[in-house]
Design a protein around this ligand. Structure first.
Ligand code: NI
Length: 437
């Protein structure tokens, strides 16, 4: 098979080979023509080459994933992770720049005519403050830190894709920019830091792709959604102030606990009465601290929550509404409320054309039966920043093992990925990146 993989780039010479995957059909040529793809081997043969390389590298890339999984690092602390990725890139002979926007890395693979266009592929690098409960050989060795959002798989797939693309760099036109991005899990996020340091410049990539694991989707499948896919996210911090005192003398106090309770209930009208019904919106409070006792009313109560939606105008209005409701309720009961809104990531939008192309390519690479449509979701991603600057597609890689009865969800101590997804993820990324037409 080595001879096949290092085959020259003259299609006439390929035609003479007897291996069935090498045989050209009229359909191959018409596909190539129809899509105006700038690859130098007929489409079906190229696909076969990528499948073969992905299969060849899959064991080694599983080792890469296991190393990354066993050595997770928190947001902004991805030093060893970055060093490991750089060492791998050097091993593959791929040039890179490190320390971009913190621990970020930008690697470059130049195809034929590298000035023609640039396509970017992105993977995130950081782990979460969770103690892993999986009893696996590659269990996290860093106490209290775990790759519970699959970023180990994302980095591995991007490294695998890089390896394939580097091997096939005479087969495509343009440049492929590989973006290893730190600190996705922590505001303000590594995407913004890398953008500030020029990750989307010189030249501006025509398209950017991100691939993220999805625990509810079986390994072997991938999912796409055009348009607005993930929500904007803001952290809401309310501090209710009143007059603490003995719980038996309410007439002498301003009861912060009662004010806080009213505020939490009243806030639900922001979603149910003020949000335009066509715009999905969530306002949830997950932390309420009233540190009094059975017989002590505290002088302040803290309420922390999250606000998520899909429209910038409504987002700004909602922020105002939250302030008005909190202040109004508190004032009506003799207290006050300080509101701090920490504005986070914008909503993530998948470009219609880029996403439809990627979906079509995924169907060609994996079979249409392995490509699913996704629902909009209220989780957030800092890939959203890229998606507001250049045409983008953020799609999902199935990682659920057929043997698993329960969903091993993201951000839990039992998250894991079926490693067969790595071969799929790296091959598909390479296939999509090479077939931009
Ligand atoms: Ni993630």
């Amino acid at each position: 098979m080595t001879a096949f993989l290092s085959v020259d780039h003259n299609p006439i010479a390929l035609e003479a080979k007897t291996d069935s995957v090498l045989l050209l059909s009229l359909q191959d040529y018409s596909l190539l023509h129809l899509h105006k793809r700038k690859t130098f081997t007929p489409v079906n043969m190229l696909k076969e080459k990528i499948h073969l390389l992905a299969a060849r590298y899959s064991n080694d890339m599983s080792e890469v994933r296991r190393h990354l999984h066993a050595h997770p690092e928190l947001s902004e602390k991805e030093k060893e992770t970055a060093a490991f990725i750089c060492a791998r890139l050097e091993e593959y002979g791929i040039s890179y720049r490190n320390n971009v926007g913190g621990n970020g890395i930008i690697a470059v693979i130049k195809g034929r005519d590298p000035e023609l266009k640039t396509i970017a592929l992105r993977a995130d690098m950081d782990a979460l403050p969770i103690t892993e409960q999986n009893e696996v050989t590659y269990k996290s060795l860093n106490a209290g830190v775990m790759h519970a959002c699959g970023h180990d798989v994302h980095m591995t797939c991007l490294l695998g894709a890089a390896r394939i693309l580097n091997e096939l760099k005479l087969e495509f036109e343009g440049t492929i920019r590989l973006v290893f991005q730190p600190s996705e899990e922590k505001f303000p996020g590594g995407a913004l830091a890398m953008i500030k340091e020029g990750v989307l410049e010189n030249p501006v990539p025509e398209r950017i792709y991100g691939q993220h694991v999805l625990p509810t989707l079986e390994a072997g499948k991938v999912g796409f959604k055009t348009g607005k896919y993930m929500a904007s996210t803001d952290e809401i911090y309310l501090t209710v102030k009143g007059k603490g005192g003995h719980a038996a003398t309410p007439e002498l106090n301003v009861d912060t606990v009662l004010i806080a309770s009213h505020i939490i209930v009243a806030m639900q009208q922001v979603v149910s009465r003020s949000a335009p019904p066509g715009i999905p919106t969530v306002l949830s409070f997950g932390r309420v601290i009233a540190d009094g006792r059975t017989n002590i009313i505290p002088s302040q109560v803290k309420i922390d929550g999250t606000f998520r939606t899909f429209d910038e105008t409504w987002r700004a209005k909602a922020h105002e509404k939250i302030v008005v409701v909190a202040n109004g309720i508190a004032a009506s009961m003799g207290g006050s409320c300080e509101v701090f809104i920490d504005k986070g990531y914008p909503f993530l939008v998948n470009d219609l054309e880029v996403t439809n192309d990627a979906k079509q390519l995924a169907a060609e690479y994996l079979g249409a039966e392995n490509v699913v449509d996704l629902e909009q979701r209220m989780t957030a991603e800092d890939f959203a920043y890229y998606s507001h600057m250049i045409p983008a597609c953020f799609y999902r890689l199935g990682v659920k093992s057929p043997g698993w009865k329960e969903i091993r969800n993201l951000h839990t101590s039992v998250f894991d990925a079926d490693e067969s997804s790595i071969e799929v993820g790296m091959g598909l990324m390479a296939w999509i990146a090479m077939n931009n037409y």
